[in-house]
Design a binder for this molecule. Structure first.
Ligand SMILES: Cc1cc2nc3c(=O)[nH]c(=O)nc-3n(C[C@H](O)[C@H](O)[C@H](O)COP(=O)(O)OP(=O)(O)OC[C@H]3O[C@@H](n4cnc5c(N)ncnc54)[C@H](O)[C@@H]3O)c2cc1C
Length: 395
């Protein structure tokens, strides 16, 4: 069989399409095979961190994304005893990023913007309803089995990028472990058009409320607020998804407000897992296929986009013969270590902090917010600039 002189990407989520866009930018031809019949419309990630926006600007897609999103330069922490504990402003690290703010915008807008931009470019091909099932490889090429119109087809490519999400078939087929754990509790996201600014003084577009029993956070996106609650292990899915239960939770957000207009609710289970390898010969894993974490800190999709850029910058150099194949091992080394050291550790710490709500966490936040050097250090960490610097240091 003839080997296609294109890079194959399995999965047209935000991470797979960023990988495609960066390869096309470097003139490398790509084919994207997506299992779904269209781009997903699921309401999932909605936070883009500053360095991710810098990367998207290099792909020439940040302006339309900003136009459809909401700029959030500040975020805050509260608790029920003390009210506002600390507030942070990404303007304090404006010398370290071209985008000193979080952008609140659904990931489904990014995938459409990228697809619209790439469509018509001869280096970009995309096929829907084409799930990749099995992967084998030799030293020269990767063979994938694709299900199309009820039939199995096999195709050979030079390289394969598995960006096919948390249940990755590419990962399974390569026999790569996905070790970690699943939290016993789940998260419920309730979306409402209610105007929280009118009832919560000094509110920022992102506001975390620490509480040992029921923490929550408020996150503003265009036209809606998303309120995320922890659902305890003993509360059933059926209960958590009942409209009355959502109203009971929402009634705890602002004393005195009992009923809300609810646009939609989403309940989901959360895992902390990292793949045993991000590279296996001519195949790679990026995004949720490589790692999953809880959403506190908004690092899942952002970390995946950082994987995509790290990998495709190197793959383009290898494609043109400018760097040896071993260059691609640096992607595995850097991104896997940074995922474990930063994304997994920090998202677990963020969850514990919100649940503990002890004086130690409160005092640490206040001390950090009061000291300009500590504030900058903290913002570099939460914006994920720190994890990208750490990756570079790994060589
Ligand atoms: C409620 C919620 C809120 C979140 N909030 C944030 C946030 O604010 N910030 C953040 O950074 N992250 C957040 N996340 C995590 C974020 O949504 C994921 O990290 C992100 O979607 C990962 O992107 P991806 O492209 O790797 O995978 P996905 O988005 O899962 O995309 C994978 C794609 O592959 C396709 N596919 C699957 N199997 C195959 C196959 N065999 N062959 C071909 N295609 C296949 C799927 O149809 C899909 O289109 C949140 C998640 C949830 C659930």
């Amino acid at each position: 069989m003839t080997v296609s002189e294109r890079v194959l990407i399995a999965g047209a989520g935000p991470v797979g399409l960023v990988a495609a866009a960066n390869l096309v930018r470097h003139g490398v031809p790509v084919t994207v095979l997506e299992g779904g019949v269209d781009l997903s419309t699921e309401s999932r990630a909605s936070t883009f961190h500053p360095p991710t926006l810098d990367m998207l600007a290099d792909l020439d897609v940040v302006e339309p994304l900003i136009a459809q999103g909401l700029i959030a330069p500040t975020f805050q922490y509260r608790n029920r005893r003390d009210g506002l504990i600390a507030k942070f402003d990404f303007g304090d690290i404006a010398d370290q990023t071209r985008h000193p703010f979080r952008l609140q915008c659904e990931q489904s807008k990014l995938t459409r913007i990228i697809c619209d931009k790439l469509r018509g470019n001869p280096n970009f091909e995309i096929a829907f309803a084409s799930p990749v099932h099995a992967v084998t490889q030799n030293s020269n090429s990767v063979t994938v089995t694709v299900e199309r119109d009820g039939k199995s087809e096999t195709h050979d490519y030079r390289w394969l990028i598995g960006a096919d999400g948390a249940r990755s078939d590419v990962r399974r087929s390569l026999g790569i472990a996905f070790d970690g754990f699943t939290w016993p509790d789940r998260y419920l996201v309730v979306s409402t058009p209610f105007d929280f600014y009118s009832v919560i003084p000094h509110l920022d577009p992102v506001s975390y409320l620490a509480d040992p029993v029921r923490w929550h956070f408020l996150l503003q996106i265009p036209k809606l607020w998303r309120v995320m609650f922890r659902i305890a292990a003993e509360e059933s899915d059926e209960l958590a998804l009942s409209p009355e239960f959502a109203q009971t939770l929402m009634a705890q957000v602002v004393p005195g407000i009992e009923r809300y207009e609810i646009a939609h609710t989403t309940l989901y289970r959360v895992h902390q897992r990292v793949a045993g390898a991000f590279r296996s010969g001519r195949a790679f894993l990026i995004g949720d296929a490589a790692h999953v974490n809880n959403p506190l800190g908004g690092m899942g999709m952002n970390g995946g986009i950082h994987d995509a850029i790290n990998l495709t910058e190197r793959l383009a150099q290898v494609w043109y013969g400018e760097k040896p194949d071993a260059e691609l091992d640096r992607f595995d080394l850097q991104r896997r270590l940074v995922t474990k050291e930063h994304v997994e550790r920090q998202s677990i710490q963020n969850k514990h902090n919100l649940e503990a709500d002890d004086n130690e966490f409160r005092d640490l936040l206040r001390q950090t917010a009061a000291d300009p050097a500590l504030t900058r250090e903290y913002l570099v960490k939460v914006s994920m600039i720190g994890s990208l610097r750490r990756a570079e240091q790994l060589g």
